[in-house]
Write a protein that binds this ligand. Structure first.
Ligand SMILES: C[S@@+](CC[C@H](N)C(=O)[O-])C[C@H]1O[C@@H](n2cnc3c(N)ncnc32)[C@H](O)[C@@H]1O
Ligand SMILES: O=C(O)C(=O)C[C@]1(C(=O)O)C=C[C@@H](O)C=C1
Length: 244
């Protein structure tokens, strides 16, 4: 698939509008996320590996905030337990429309996938073995995060896992600066200009709220998870696996 290049923040904007997963973003999303999130491709393929290991026969796997379904397609390649299905949820109609087209083109594996356009807060979670929040929790208002993680924990079967990937923050200003500067260098190395980096940063400011790793570990524990482990980190992007 040829990727359309993300130039959404390339020209100076008169007025800064909050970042939205609308048609413009959908059109460039594979390029945007790959050039913005260090290790994105590796995270996606390893979500497949984790799902292959932890999917239980006759259970549901959930991809919450699935965008175009990259994690769903990776899980679909790797799950080889009988009677599993994947429920992929996103509240952006444009994402789901394009995601369904990409899913229809995916040949080979037969794990059934249902792509649902809904707020993930309204989706029941039950008989789950693998739940994925791949860069989604950061867009949920912080006050609602514990209740969501508790609901995911309640919907998981014993031995089930939550894979949680997030942009992270650091309490110590020097560490915060170190990681942010390296992330911006990563974006520059991938062709983004200083203007693009700063305009996107402003657009995300009110809608994407990163937290510290300590905060994620504490919340997972408070929600009842027996363990949480960072399995990936590059600069200020990390992925955890929490086990019920
Ligand atoms: C950074 S993207 C996720 C990337 C995707 N998981 C992947 O691996 O390619 C965040 C996604 O979460 C979705 N989202 C944000 N809040 C949501 C909510 N309350 N319910 C459902 N989807 C939501 C957005 O529409 C967007 O597609
Ligand atoms: O922090 C940034 O600069 C980002 O671009 C991050 C991020 C994310 O983590 O979801 C934000 C929005 C886009 O979906 C792609 C990447």
């Amino acid at each position: 698939m040829t990727k359309t290049k993300d130039a959404i923040y390339a020209a100076p904007l008169q007025e800064m509008i909050d970042f939205k997963f609308d048609e413009r973003v959908v059109a460039v999303f594979p390029d945007m996320i790959q050039r913005s999130v260090p290790g994105y491709g590796m995270i996606i393929s390893n979500i497949g590996i984790l799902a292959g290991k932890y999917a239980q026969p006759g259970s549901h796997c959930y991809d919450l905030g699935c965008s175009l379904g990259a994690a769903t397609l990776a899980m679909r390649q790797r799950i080889n337990q009988p009677d599993c299905d994947i429920i992929a949820v996103d509240n952006s109609p444009a994402m789901i429309e394009r995601g369904r087209e990409l899913l229809a083109r995916d040949s080979g594996p037969t794990v059934p996938v249902t792509m649902v356009c809904a707020d993930l807060q309204d989706v029941a979670i039950g008989n789950a073995s693998v739940v994925v929040l791949n860069f989604t929790l950061q867009f949920i208002p912080p006050a609602q995060r514990l209740a969501l993680i508790e609901r995911i924990h309640a919907g998981l079967n014993p031995g089930g896992i939550l894979i949680l990937s997030e942009k992270i923050a650091f309490d110590e200003p020097e560490r915060q600066q170190f990681h942010v500067e390296l992330h911006h260098d990563f974006k520059r190395a991938n062709g983004y200009s200083d203007l693009e980096i700063s305009q996107k940063r402003s657009a995300l400011e009110n809608v994407m709220i990163p937290e510290t790793l300590a905060c994620h570990h504490e919340r997972l524990k408070a929600a009842g998870f027996s363990s949480s482990e960072v399995w990936f980190q590059c600069f200020n992007f990390a992925s955890l696996v929490a086990t019920k």
